[in-house]
Design a protein. Structure first.
Length: 410
């Protein structure tokens, strides 16, 4: 099996040269080697005199590497689509987008892709050399655009798709972040009270000479536990988070089990279901509009839908469609899609407008997710305040109950 060639690593260079007026100029550039940098300078009308790698200081003075995020890829897709729609040649578009990017890691990758395209590599193949950032869906759509001569049209569709997917992901994160942040803050405050504040009351209670209320005794014992084992408690929580993250990254079975649990979760499960259907519809609509065969498109969509339960159902749909079954019939048999989605797909198949109907389904469910997240935020705020009030207030009441009973002791 032939190995895919690894793209040359782009590096930062500093250069000096003379421009067309004979004036001495200098600057910085990113590229794979000195020869390419010199050739690029000559195309700009600059005669290179000196080109060398940019030195990095002992304390990290070079360009700071940042992680490339899915949002970076979405922005890059829109920039490239806009450039090509304006008639800018592909290589020049990469040059403009790459030079202007604030993230050095993203800049290096864009310039590496540009170098590949300049050397005659197809854009889809150049993107496939960066599989961490450009998935099969992205590369397949670019390949279809290159083959059909409609690359700028499909780049626009890819950009729209990426923006919609990022918007959905942002809404899901918004729904989960607020309660998670409040739980963390509540735990930290409770731990501080139990470790530092409750012991002050405890020493005062020892001289009361009367039995303490059950609630106070419970809080005091809990405080002793935290004082003695606070390091073990925090270590256990940290270890649990670490194990969870690693299992999520590496264990397929764990992810499948987690996906099943999430879908059945109250409130949040409904949001995830709607978001998954929106992503499924948006992805399939984009691929169908690009002229990709339905069976091939469904295989790619199964990986891109974001939930293994739905991914397995979509692969089953693919197998049934390959044997001649209509997609809406197969979708209905899966039991995972609402009747409205099945009916709209059936209309799309009858009228030959599957991509249009799927786009409408995606729009509808994206709006549903947006409304549910806003509603959930409004609902959670008073609930979380009540929980915090009961938790913190309970600790305070437990400490003051013995003081209220001091009259009985006297």
């Amino acid at each position: 099996m032939a190995k895919v060639a690894t793209a040359p690593k782009s590096e930062a260079f500093v250069w000096e040269g003379t421009n067309k007026q004979g004036k001495r100029v200098k600057g910085e550039a990113t590229g794979t080697n000195v020869a390419l940098i010199k050739a690029d300078l000559r195309r700009q009308g600059i005669t290179p005199l000196k080109v060398k790698k940019k030195p990095t200081s002992l304390f990290g003075g070079g360009p700071r590497k940042k992680k490339i995020t899915s949002k970076d890829i979405a922005v890059f897709s829109r920039q490239l689509a806009t450039m090509m729609a304006a008639g800018v040649p592909l290589v020049q578009a990469f040059e403009i987008v790459g030079r202007g990017h604030e993230n050095p890691s993203m800049q290096s990758m864009i310039m590496a892709i540009k170098a590949d395209v300049e050397s005659g590599t197809a854009l889809a193949d150049a993107l496939r050399r960066h599989p961490l950032y450009f998935d099969d869906l992205f590369c397949n759509l670019v390949h279809a655009g290159e083959q059909a001569g409609i690359l700028e049209t499909l780049l626009d569709k890819i950009a729209t798709y990426k923006e919609k997917v990022e918007a959905i992901k942002g809404k899901i994160k918004k729904a989960l972040f607020y309660p998670a942040a409040v739980i963390v803050v509540a735990f930290v405050i409770t731990a501080i009270l139990l470790i530092f504040v409750i012991p002050q009351f405890q020493s005062m209670f020892e001289g009361f000479g009367a039995d303490l209320p059950a609630l106070t005794l419970f809080v005091v014992e809990l405080s002793k536990l935290f004082q003695a084992w606070w390091w073990a408690i925090f270590l256990a929580i940290g270890a649990a988070i670490y194990v969870f993250i690693n299992l999520k990254k590496r264990s397929k079975k764990f992810n499948q089990a987690l996906d099943r649990v999430v879908l059945k979760a109250p409130i949040f499960g409904e949001i995830v279901i709607k978001a998954t259907i929106a992503r499924f519809a948006r992805t399939l609509a984009t691929m169908f509009a690009a002229g990709m065969p339905l069976v091939e498109a469904l295989e790619t969509v199964a990986d891109a839908c974001g939930n293994s339960v739905y991914g397995k159902a979509i692969l089953q749909m693919r197998d049934e469609v390959a044997t001649g079954t209509q997609m809406n019939v197969s979708m209905k048999q899966s039991g995972l899609f609402p009747n409205m989605v099945v009916q709209m797909l059936a209309i799309g198949e009858e009228t030959g407008a599957v991509d249009t109907m799927l786009s409408k389904v995606a729009d509808f469910f994206e709006e549903e997710v947006d409304n549910m997240v806003d509603g959930l935020s409004s609902l959670l705020e008073p609930m979380i305040m009540a929980i915090l009030g009961v938790l913190i207030g309970g600790l305070v009441i437990a400490m003051y109950l013995p003081i209220f009973k001091m009259g009985e002791v006297v």
